[in-house]
Design a protein around this ligand. Structure first.
Ligand code: 5GP
Ligand code: MG
Length: 177
């Protein structure tokens, strides 16, 4: 088996906590009277969503959706599919999608189209991180935590082959060779 990849901290848990607080304040301001439906995109958003929702002290509902992209390794193939769908209707609801990272934008644009067809009253996107250098499709991020450089990041829910989700900081993996 190969050596462990080298990890470098990009965003500390303190920086993340401060960003999540700011996002929660902005979301509370816009949604406190709307009884919104927050849809987390599995699996990467679970930790972010849990921390964010704990700071939202108003009525809301939680859903999850899971996409697959038939990518090999770290590359998204662009062929996106819903592999675990919603359990409740979203028609007429104020929907806020919670993502871990927007990279090429292919997954989230697919998801936004998919959800828009179900006629929500409103549909917005909250992403913890954005990697705009790799964008292939324009994406509007209504609530953004951080812009990150063109590096593969892990931790705080984000994985590398299912590893490193548990890390409290967001780290990048040092490329070998
Ligand atoms: P996109 O379709 O925007 O290229 O990719 C979106 C998904 O790919 C993200 O939701 C995430 O699951 C995964 N992804 C993209 N970049 C990274 C990264 O730097 N680290 C990790 N762990 N996942 C990433
Ligand atoms: Mg994701």
């Amino acid at each position: 088996m190969g050596s462990q990849p080298k990890l470098h901290i990009l965003l500390t848990s303190e920086q993340i906590e401060a960003a999540v607080k700011k996002l929660a304040a902005a979301i509370r301001k816009d949604y406190q009277d709307k009884h919104p439906l927050l849809i987390g995109v599995l699996k990467g958003s679970f930790m972010f969503m849990a921390d964010l929702i704990r700071l939202l002290d108003f009525p809301l509902e939680v859903e999850f959706i899971r996409l697959s992209s038939y990518g090999r390794g770290r590359e998204s193939s662009g062929k996106i599919k819903v592999v675990q769908g919603l359990r409740s209707p979203i028609k007429g609801r104020d929907v806020l999608v919670i993502e871990d990272i927007v990279d090429t934008g292919l997954s989230i644009s697919f998801l936004i189209d998919y959800l828009q067809k179900k006629k929500p009253a409103s549909l917005k996107l909250c992403a913890l991180t954005d990697k705009p250098s790799r964008r292939q499709i324009p994406v509007t991020i209504d609530y953004l935590g951080f812009t990150v450089p063109n590096k593969f990041v892990v931790g705080y829910g984000l994985d590398w082959d299912e590893k490193f989700r548990y890390l409290p900081d967001i780290c990048f993996i040092e490329e070998e060779g």
